[in-house]
Write a protein that binds this ligand. Sequence first.
Ligand code: G3I
Length: 320
Amino acid sequence: AQTLKSAAASKGKYVGTITDPAYINGSDRTYNTIALNEFNYVSAENSMKWDAIEPSNGGFSWNNADTVVNWAQQNNMKIRGHTLVWHSQLPSWVANGSWSKSTLTTVIQNHVRTVMTRYKGKIAQWDVVNEIFDESGGARSSVFSRVFGGLDEFVTIAFNAARAADPSAILCINDYNLDYSGGKATGMVNLVKRLKANGVPIDCIGSQAHLMVGQVSSSFSSTLSSLCSAAGKCAITELDIRAKTPISSSGLSQQQTDYTTAVRACVNLSNCLGVTVWGITDSRSWIPQVFSGEGAALPWDGSYNKKPAYSGIIAGFGGS
Ligand code: G3I
């Protein structure tokens, strides 16, 4: 029978989901079964973030990330490493340290080198930096942008350290609200072009694609194309399409259409690597905790029934 991964493979793309030890070893076996049957790429939802993996300076905590990597390898799933340098889920020793450029450079280099070296050859893509832009395309305020006085310097440091640690990994810069033409997407394109012209080893732009039902921009596809051109490769890295809950039947059908639109935008680009969906079931999505009254964003409902969105993804990959 057709699955998401067979449909994706027919177009030379992958389709990914997220997991963590709570899913791999928890009592909810259905989540794990669907992950294995339907998907061929995986990101750790939380286990590879800086607070999880290096909670104190030089003190690394590998158990959860190891669990995800071992599970993926045993099941022939490729891995997107998420994420090395991010202002959020950043331990307070980094966020609140009193750094000079030189000491923070060492901290970034040590984190990137140590994590990537442990999983060298096992992680196909890394989100080397995540969510560094504000909505206008300028530098988001973070310990990194403050200490270095902008983005270029710390992004360069992180990508150079990443390339040196695992030359075979595809290195990505990842962000959200790159779903339409505008200041943020333009800021991303300009930064990537500028740094690549200076030899910084950025291979790929990740567009998270946290979308809203009925509001997928008419410029979604052309914007993804411009990201792909700027970096050489791109990927949709965290796709979900949320609605006001409870979602109506017309909402479900619009969501199906919207999933097709998003997936097809990647399929139509030869250098779009694939699509990761940020979860499986509506009952385990991050959205209701962050957007009150919204959710229902994923292809399976809270009881693991396939929603029309599932068929929408299949259709986006050219299946029926
Ligand atoms: O680990 C603690 C636990 O000790 C504590 O008891 C519990 C109580 O709230 O919280 C746990 O931390 C939670 C963490 O997930 C791990 O489960 C945080 O509260 C919760 O906020 C955190 O949410 C994650 C969120 O990133 C944090 O920024 C979501 O699961 C995860 O799906 C979400 O993923 C992000 C991507 O990494 C980047 N792009 C946006 C996307 C959605 O926000």
